[in-house]
Design a protein around this ligand. Sequence first.
Ligand code: SF4
Ligand code: MG
Length: 322
Amino acid sequence: PALAERLAGRITGRPARDETVHAVTDVTLEVARGEVLGVVGESGCGKSTLGRMVAGIHAPSEGRVTLAGQPVARDRGGHVTKLTPNVQMIHQDPFASLNPRMKVGETIAEGPRQHGLTPPAEIPAMVRALMAQVGLEGAYANRLPHQFSGGQRQRIAIARALAMRPDLLVLDEAVASLDVSIQAQVLNLFLQLRRDLGLTALFISHDLSVVRHVCDRVAIMYLGRLVELAPAEELYAAPKHPYTAALFASVPEIGRGRRAFHPIEGEIPSPLDPPPGCPFHPRCPMAGPRCRTEVPALGPAGPGRAVACHLEHGGTGAEVAA
Ligand code: SF4
Ligand code: MG
């Protein structure tokens, strides 16, 4: 418990200047050292924005993000400076995140070199060790990214992140662009590294089956808000928020293969213009009048669990908020 770190305070994302930024409202999360926290939601729910704020790439317009008590970024007039090398992000597309003209060994060595983490004489050995750790031959260090497969490139991106010896990894759809069999290999590598290194991670994904494989706790986001937070096993056994339940109902049965994620009836409203009241009310089968006017707060729903739904907190959707 002494090691538990307050990761993220109340954070609210700035509205989009570019397409990748979605609104995030009143999200409060903490990640303990050694924990892997999943963040799940549909496209546009703000999970990537949350990840980028945690990684110090975006700054929240309100609230703060801290790692062991220290802010991860500084925002001066919209110019965001990341303040710590101790948070590293792994992106969905490893090809886009690797410099195509730089040998991968150099890519892995770049961060530790710049931050003086590793004496220059030790860098080649460090690169070889990291490549071995992610299951790649050290001799490949002289190759360029295009000479690797997608799965291998993601291994390189993981090695590059680990080279900084981060206290926290943020993985944003880290296996989403890979074939299912390659996804399993990279997830197993992540689990192995987690056991060996005691990684702490925020694991962002739209894929409930991927998250179940690797996460201790899961946060469900909808339209920029946290709607449910629970230990993974309990969430998968019994989701409590109607949105979470609908997400699970939309997951294809085993044996029928995967398909696109088309969860729930009804359009997803714009995160920049969310509906009043509960953001899920236009799609919720349980919605009542109160749901249309009053935003449900995230409140306790059993040990270690929290849910943002009027039904969960003793009310009924049919109650009219005065
Ligand atoms: Fe559905 Fe109302 Fe609960 Fe929102 S607050 S999830 S609309 S029942
Ligand atoms: Mg995203």
